[in-house]
Write a protein that binds this ligand. Structure first.
Ligand code: MRU
Length: 361
């Protein structure tokens, strides 16, 4: 089945789930909330096969590191259920976007479950069920990880800023739209809001695709959070005016040396935070820590079309989707297993070892 759009059910202030598996009588479907259409419309994008899902990943209809991992795992289950070549489908999914390590993790975990089932003599549908079970497990674990990161992140925020009444700056979108649960960095800000300790959530627009203006503002609005949008290049004067108590961001990949790849524009915020003595806090599940990537320079940064930047105004543009912040600028990495501060390879490895996430090669 080709990918097609259907109107999502009216959901008042709670957005529809970012992703759901649908056991359709004609064959399973992966149904995504199309993030390219938000906030104007809550429209679902139906993916009936892996090529449709790969298009959805490339166009950012589905996006954000944890959700990419979950989508990748369900994609493998979809391929297996259809009787498509699982290895080829897995390669296509893994190659769809290079930076978020979660995508490869989710894909490999579902492939391992599928291969394990085949290895013990399971038939095609039984092996497909094993891949689906792996995807569902990852989805559940992400919800739990999100809750634990929110709790630990709020404790850290309160320790670093004992006066409470936090004014927090965030970049890109790290909430429910990137997760099975309430997200990563955004979930911490939301926990602060629920505890009555968030004075302002400063939301960077996040050029060029406006994940902050379109998606974080939509989520913050839905929760009734006190947020204010700013152009990315207004952050400097906001720091200088003493209006930022902490920066909270997510991550797409964290290398062994503690370097953090995240949405382009994160690194300049880290430099500003250091200069202004403001904590720069990264919130990410242990599945985002990549013990196979030694350092920041080894992280592949996705380059996207210059059209996203220049539109009709210039023939070409520099458009990296992410940048890399060195560990020395990061105050803490908050994972579901605990906090790394200072951010060292040894501490990150310890948190990963504690993780209940299934390890895959
Ligand atoms: O290009 P995107 O929108 O997929 O980039 C997303 C980000 O950079 C997020 O900050 C990151 O994935 C962390 S989400 C928990």
């Amino acid at each position: 089945m080709a990918d097609q759009h259907i109107q999502a059910p009216d959901s008042a202030r709670t957005p529809p789930p970012s992703l759901r598996w649908d056991e359709h009588p004609d064959g399973p479907l992966l149904v995504l909330l199309d993030q390219t259409r938000l906030p104007a419309e809550e429209v679902e994008l139906v993916c009936g096969d892996v090529p449709a899902l790969v298009r959805a990943i490339r166009t950012l209809a589905v996006r954000g590191a944890p959700l990419l991992g979950i989508a990748g795992a369900y994609g493998v289950a979809l391929a297996a259920a259809r009787g498509d070549d699982v290895d080829m489908s897995a390669a296509a999914l893994e190659g769809a976007r290079p930076t978020a390590v979660n995508l490869g993790y989710g894909v490999r975990r579902a492939v391992a479950a599928h291969k394990g089932a085949v290895g013990v003599g399971a038939g095609g549908q039984e092996a497909a069920a094993a891949a689906l079970a792996a995807a569902r497990a990852l989805h559940r674990e992400d919800i739990e990880a999100s809750e634990r990161m929110a709790r630990q992140g709020l404790v850290l925020l309160d320790e670093l800023l004992p006066a409470g009444d936090h004014r927090v700056l965030t970049h890109c979108n790290t909430g429910r739209l990137v997760s099975g649960g309430e997200g990563t960095a955004f979930a911490v800000a939301l926990a602060a809001h629920r505890a009555g300790r968030l004075r302002t959530l400063w939301v960077d627009e996040t050029r060029p695709l406006l994940q902050g203006a379109r998606l974080t503002a939509y989520e913050a609005d839905g929760h009734g959070m006190p947020y204010r949008l700013l152009a990315d290049n207004a952050a400097g004067s906001l720091f200088a005016a003493g209006q930022v108590d902490a920066v909270l961001i997510g991550a797409d990949r964290i290398a062994v040396d503690g370097s953090v790849a995240n949405k382009v524009g994160s690194y300049p915020l880290a430099v500003l935070a250091k200069y202004h003595h403001v904590p720069f806090i990264v919130v990410a599940p242990t599945t985002t820590v990549d013990l196979g990537t030694p350092d920041g320079a080894s992280i592949e940064v996705e380059q996207r079309s210059g059209q996203e930047v220049s539109g009709m105004y210039a023939p070409s543009a520099y458009n990296p989707a992410f940048d890399v912040t060195p560990a020395e600028l990061v105050t803490a990495v908050v994972t579901e297993e605990g906090v790394a501060s200072p951010v060292t390879g040894a501490r990150l490895a310890e948190l990963c070892a504690r993780s209940r996430q299934v390890s895959v090669s």
